[in-house]
Design a protein around this ligand. Structure first.
Ligand code: ZN
Length: 217
């Protein structure tokens, strides 16, 4: 009798735990705050887009499968942002690929795109926030299932430049919104040949960065 009671109780607890875990997965709280890349953000909404990073130090990682040239280009692109902003970007090595809140800002090149995201996106930046809305972690993913990527060193035809696409996504990682200007790195879309000016950080983008970060005090 007591054995039967114990095992029934155990089963009940296991079922309850499984149900709780499942509902947590389905209602991932951070998903309502996905920072949408490559979709238009109305410039009127910019005031709502004031998520910033409080920490000047930003460590970042690259997925394990990416080749050495890709890793080098990722590091160089962060360095470029470091030269024109107050942020200190430090490369910490390789990490597991994908969107995962693990305390590590990770850039991944994915052959398999997450099913929960629109398939037609070339890249995506997902930010996580603290309760005050400050950005505490970001993962950037590249969609290798729909396009090819290249670098300024290899210039593969009909491909997106990692330098440019990543530079745009780093902008989102710092909280920058889209800028509706043909000359801005933060414009919503860029074709392959242009690929966000191959990573050049323009004045309109820097003006937005200064507006967001110099007025945070
Ligand atoms: Zn974007």
């Amino acid at each position: 009798m007591s054995i039967l009671y114990n095992s029934t109780l155990k089963l009940f607890i296991i079922t309850l735990f499984a149900a709780i875990s499942f509902s947590c997965l389905r209602n991932h709280p951070d998903f309502s705050k996905v920072n949408v890349s490559h979709s238009s953000v109305d410039s009127n909404l910019q005031e709502e887009y004031q998520h910033i990073r409080k920490e000047d130090q930003v460590n970042f990682y690259c997925n394990k499968e990416a080749n050495d040239l890709t890793e080098l280009v990722v590091r160089e692109t962060f360095q470029k942002w470091g030269e024109v902003t107050h942020f200190h970007f430090t490369y910490k090595g390789r990490n597991r690929a994908g969107l995962r809140k693990d305390g590590k800002n990770t850039v991944s090149f994915l052959l398999k795109w997450p099913e929960c995201l629109p398939i037609n996106k070339v890249a995506w930046c997902h930010n996580w926030y603290d309760p005050e809305g400050n950005i505490i972690e970001s993962d950037i993913i590249f969609n290798m299932s729909i396009t090819v990527f290249t670098t300024l060193r290899t210039n593969k035809p009909n491909a997106y430049y990692i330098e440019g696409v990543l530079s745009h996504e780093i902008g989102h990682m710092l909280g920058l919104p889209h800028i509706q200007s043909e000359n801005s790195l933060m414009k919503p879309k860029s074709d392959k040949q242009e690929s966000y000016f191959k990573g050049q950080i323009d004045n309109e983008t820097l003006t937005e960065y200064n507006r967001m970060y110099n007025s945070k005090e």
